[in-house]
Write a protein that binds this ligand. Structure first.
Ligand code: SAH
Ligand code: SF4
Length: 398
């Protein structure tokens, strides 16, 4: 059964969007405090307190922050918001996967934006799949998000708050109640892993995604180990090494084809940066080792990329790169002409890959009944024409 909950905790439409504190790095938060009139000698302490409330306690209300003087809390509340998107809907799949549609308010000329975030519980872990853009500028032919026009990049705050809002909904902060309408992991933390595999190409929104992931990885922030954060890219080659240097997270590559002619069609960015360049960038990914392998994602498309010869070529191509291979059964969406490979074909492909030393490679589709599986995400946001934005200026987000 799928459950849909509409407008969970929506904000009154009359409250205009104030800048969010969530998503600001320490320097930007200090600047915000200085602007609010906090004396220089207190900035460091106040900024640490705010980080603790926002990221360690998951607070979304200044009035919780009882170790901060009331006057200052009031001044902060008058200027800033702790930062949570409106939850437009929440769906819970039969397998416990949850999909949220979050609405990010309009501000600074950027339109309001609806983004999807997916939570995948397993017995020993919980993975949160986060979006980096609304829509995508790329047009991979098997991906539903690729059919949605790019609307805008998300800010660092909008990326971080997907994690905060999701953790709040599943009671993953001290003292919060856990929902009882679906299975949760048998682990201390409900969200143990963050993957940038939602809507958008994260390396085309580099700075905001980096700033958000640095907060996710900061021991004083959301405190995820960098080994539990994975960025997935379709292959923006020039940014791959920089991402590794600046964040040190794990990397996943949407490979999907082993020949340039086919990859040009499936993942058109391949025309700009073909397989050779992509695999070279992988070989040089900072801190790559047998303990920190790159994941290669390979979607199984019936009769397109799923032959035994292609499995053997895949193994050959990845030789010398510490790698994991993730075979993803194609998740269909309305209007697509692709089909998922038959189970026997996937097994034969997986066997070849397994025999070459890559373990358990097939990714079980999760949340298909709520269109939450890989590549099924597509929010209803479309780019709003400039005249409409001007007309709406001053109007609250709705
Ligand atoms: N834009 C990034 C990250 C988001 S997509 C990227 O392309 O890597 C996350 C993964 O799902 C990618 O490997 C993507 O290629 C794959 N995917 C997209 N559509 C899919 C579909 N319909 N079925 C299965 N996997 C899909
Ligand atoms: Fe964009 Fe990734 Fe979908 Fe390609 S697979 S269209 S890069 S979201």
């Amino acid at each position: 059964m799928t459950m849909i909950l509409d407008s969970v905790g929506s904000r009154p439409a009359s409250v205009p969007a104030r800048p969010w504190l969530a998503g600001l790095d320490r320097a930007a938060l200090s600047a915000a405090l200085t602007e609010t009139g906090v004396p220089e000698r207190q900035i460091r302490m106040r900024s640490e307190q705010l980080w603790r409330w926002i990221y360690a306690r998951g607070s979304d209300d200044f009035s919780d922050m009882t170790d901060i003087a009331r006057d200052l809390r009031d001044q902060l509340a008058a200027r800033y918001d702790v930062g949570r998107p409106e939850i437009v809907s929440e769906q819970v799949s039969t397998d416990g996967t949850r999909k949220w549609l979050f609405r990010m308010p309009a501000r600074d000329g950027a339109p309001a934006a609806d983004v999807e975030t997916v939570y995948i519980p397993e017995h020993d872990r919980g993975t949160l799949c986060v979006s980096s853009q609304v829509g995508c500028t790329l047009t991979c032919t098997f991906c539903h998000t690729g059919t949605q026009k790019w609307v805008r990049n998300l800010t660092s705050g909008e990326i971080v708050t997907q994690i905060l809002a999701a953790r709040q909904r599943i009671g993953d902060f001290p003292g919060m109640t856990r929902p009882d309408d679906g299975p949760l992991p048998d682990a201390e933390r409900m969200v143990t892993n963050v993957v940038l595999m939602g809507m958008g190409e994260p390396l085309y929104n580099f700075d905001a995604v980096r700033d958000a992931m640095l907060i996710a990885a900061d021991p004083g922030g959301l405190a995820f180990s960098r080994r539990r954060i994975t960025l997935s890219t379709s292959g923006v080659v020039p940014e791959i090494a920089r991402w590794g240097r600046e964040t040190g997270t794990m990397l996943a590559i949407s490979l999907h084809a082993v020949r340039d002619e086919l990859r040009d069609v499936l993942v058109p960015i391949n025309k700009r940066w073909p397989l050779k360049d992509l695999l070279d960038a992988c070989r040089h990914y900072p801190s790559l080792s047998n303990a920190r392998r790159i994941t290669f994602e390979y979607v199984m498309l019936k009769g397109i990329n799923d032959s035994p010869a292609e499995a053997r070529e895949l193994v050959r191509l990845l030789k010398g790169i510490p790698a994991k291979i993730n075979l993803i059964p194609f998740n269909p969406w309305p209007g697509t002409e692709y089909e998922c490979s038959d189970w026997e074909t996937i097994e034969t492909f997986a066997d070849i890959v397994n025999r070459a030393g890559y373990a358990s490679p097939v990714r079980t589709p999760r949340g298909r009944d709520i269109m939450a599986a890989c590549g099924q995400l597509k929010s209803a946001s479309e780019r709003v024409p400039a005249w409409k934005l001007r007309e709406e200026a001053g109007e609250p987000a709705h």
